[in-house]
Design a binder for this molecule. Structure first.
Ligand SMILES: Nc1ncnc2c1ncn2[C@@H]1O[C@H](COP(=O)(O)OP(=O)(O)OP(=O)(O)O)[C@@H](O)[C@H]1O
Ligand SMILES: [Mg+2]
Length: 194
């Protein structure tokens, strides 16, 4: 059975870029859960409002556990929904964080509509992914990495150091609400016409 390392974060924080590089570097298996769900038809519906699939949670959990049990390598699970995995199977949860203004830029480059950009930037401002991860996994398994001014290579270097034990992981908790100007936060609030 392979060890499980989760790379989590709001969309656009760099999970897939980081997980791909990391899996090459440490010879691990990379599972991009969004892609895996589509490729294996593990969804029950499509939600046109959120432009995303509604996943069949039971099937996704079953398939992921099966994959981890069969693997003799470390399995890197790349997802914005880390709490889907049972806590005892997971060794580390790295939550990638990105300054909301930079995240907006990255999401614009994905060509997403403003409504979807706004919702995801707001989720980042409110630390939704990290809060859910801390609730589900014990606090000492969850590490945040601010990717705003770091190359993907640097992010991978930090994660590798923690996994291999030569870097002491940062216990930093990131709170964009206290770092941003109120007018920047207000740009992402729901407007009347939505
Ligand atoms: N550390 C980084 N610094 C700057 N840009 C980055 C960094 N990591 C990723 N990016 C860029 O940000 C964009 C989003 O990255 P990526 O697709 O890996 O994010 P994601 O978290 O997997 O998103 P999604 O949840 O939508 O799959 C890409 O254009 C990527 O090149
Ligand atoms: Mg991705």
């Amino acid at each position: 059975m392979g060890k499980v390392i989760i790379i989590a974060g709001t969309p656009g924080t760099g999970k897939t870029t980081t997980a791909k590089l990391l899996s090459k570097k440490i010879n691990a298996v990379h599972v991009d859960v969004s892609r895996y769900v589509i490729e294996n038809k593990l969804y029950i519906d499509y939600d046109p409002r959120h432009l995303s699939y509604v996943i069949d949670e039971e099937k996704v959990i079953e398939k992921l556990i099966e994959l981890v049990e069969k693997s003799d390598k470390i399995v890197i699970i790349d997802t914005h929904y880390p709490e889907i995995l049972p806590p005892d199977t997971v060794e580390y949860v790295f939550v990638l964080r990105t300054n909301p203004l930079i995240l907006e830029d990255r999401l614009r480059k994905k060509g997403w509509p403003w409504r979807k950009i706004r919702e995801n930037v707001m989720a980042e401002i409110l630390s939704i992914v990290v809060s859910n991860a801390i609730n589900r996994f014990s606090e000492d398994k969850v590490f945040e990495i601010d990717t705003s001014n770091k190359t993907p290579e640097k992010v991978v270097e930090e994660i590798t150091g923690v996994i291999k034990g030569y870097i002491k992981p940062s216990k930093q908790r990131i709170d964009w609400l206290s770092l941003l100007k109120p007018e920047d936060i207000m740009r992402y609030e729901i407007s009347g016409e939505e």
